[in-house]
Design a protein around this ligand. Structure first.
Ligand code: NAD
Ligand code: LMR
Length: 338
């Protein structure tokens, strides 16, 4: 509606008002960075999600066009667009779930940490808005480097006095989606039947697939273990290189983000036994944040699960992951406290 007013397009305004009257019961979801490579397919998939009644699409560019386009889909959710910082508060007010894919993506040769200088500031600004306008919302943070942006978000919320560790979740679902796919290929199974826990963080060696805990139970040769671990850890780079300068994973990420957001919404609804991996405030290791399986409920990550038994290969991987993670987490905290 905001965008329609701004664009002076009365037909969009009429349509949005009309939809609002017949809005389906469900949750209010905002996407920040909705006009981007992830944002657009994510917005489309959330518009289809029957658990969503209101969908707010915020970006600093192009959100009116994306909103007009998506609002024509004949599904239940009412879509509203919001453009630029002055409309951030309206985009956030009343939201149950905020998904953040705002920020720059990698190009070949870059690490996720190379995105820190730009994305840290973007995440800080957006989280300040969340603290002010929807402090009880559950936050799904996608912007890289996740290992640092989640600690930044936590510091912003702490400063504002709104921090609830259960409600802040770094999205690592793409690592699980990739792990399920690659493991299924090796085992000759349907990926929908496979469940691979991926713990640690979301960058290189911090991505630690627990192949000893794959369901259905199975075993791998040392060569298969090495191949799968490397492929899962470098899945993002595989896409960045294939896109050759045109960005990083967007479509598989939108799929993974919706899979995770849907789990969060089912948790808020009170469904039992909703479990997914996420990078959260954690006491599983000595680090303040760590990705493991969590149980999602009405307040977000209600329970953070322990790692379970690890084999020698995974224990060695865990030590490497923790070393890099500690630095990335500290970098985020120092930035936010500056
Ligand atoms: P993109 O450049 O295509 O889109 C980013 C969008 O963010 C753009 O529309 C841009 O206008 C918007 N934006 C920039 N500053 C903003 C601000 N201050 N407020 C609101 N919106 C703003 O990039 P993309 O491919 O969609 O990737 C987005 C981010 O997601 C990157 O940091 C990327 O590394 C990360 N990512 C994370 C995962 C993961 O698994 N967590 C997977 C893929 C990509
Ligand atoms: C991914 O895993 O695909 C994302 O983190 C994007 C990237 O830069 O690799």
């Amino acid at each position: 509606i905001e965008c329609a007013k701004q664009m002076g397009e009365s037909s969009i305004l009429r349509q949005a008002n009309c939809r609002a009257k017949g809005a389906a019961p469900g949750f209010k979801v905002a996407i920040l960075g909705a006009a981007g490579g992830i944002g657009q397919p994510l917005a489309m998939l959330m518009k289809i999600n029957p658990l969503v009644s209101v969908l707010h699409l915020y970006d600093v560019v192009n959100s009116p066009g994306v909103t007009a386009d998506i609002s024509h889909m004949d599904t239940g959710a009412v879509v509203r667009g919001f453009l630029k910082q002055e409309q951030l508060a309206s985009a956030l007010t009343g939201m149950d779930l905020v998904i953040i894919p705002a920020g720059v993506p990698r190009k070949p040769g870059m690490t996720r940490d190379d995105l820190f200088n730009i994305n840290a500031g973007i995440v800080r600004t957006l989280c300040e808005g969340i603290a002010k306008c929807c402090p009880k919302a559950i936050v799904n943070l996608i912007s890289n480097p996740v290992n640092s942006t989640v600690p930044i978000a936590a510091e912003v919320f702490k400063k504002a006095g709104t921090y609830d560790p259960k409600r802040l979740l770094g999205v690592t679902m793409l690592d699980v989606v990739r792990a399920n796919t690659f493991v299924a290929e090796v085992l000759g199974l349907d990926p929908r039947e496979v469940d691979v826990p991926v713990v640690g963080g979301h960058a290189g060696v911090t991505i630690l697939p627990l192949l000893s805990q794959v369901k259905p139970p199975c075993s791998f040769t040392p060569e298969e273990t090495e191949y799968l671990t490397n492929r899962i850890q470098n899945g993002g780079t595989e896409v960045v290189e294939a896109k050759a300068g045109a960005g990083s994973a967007t479509l598989s990420m939108a799929y993974a983000a919706v899979k995770f957001a849907d789990a969060c919404l089912r948790g808020i609804r009170g469904d039992k036994d909703v479990v997914a991996c996420a990078f959260v405030d954690s006491q599983v290791t000595e680090l303040p944040f760590f990705a493991t399986k969590v149980r999602l409920g009405p307040n977000g990550a209600e329970e953070v699960y322990q790692l379970g038994p690890l084999n020698a290969y995974e224990r060695a991987g865990l030590e490497k992951a923790k070393k890099e993670l500690a630095e990335s987490i500290q970098k985020g905290i120092s930035f936010a406290r500056k």
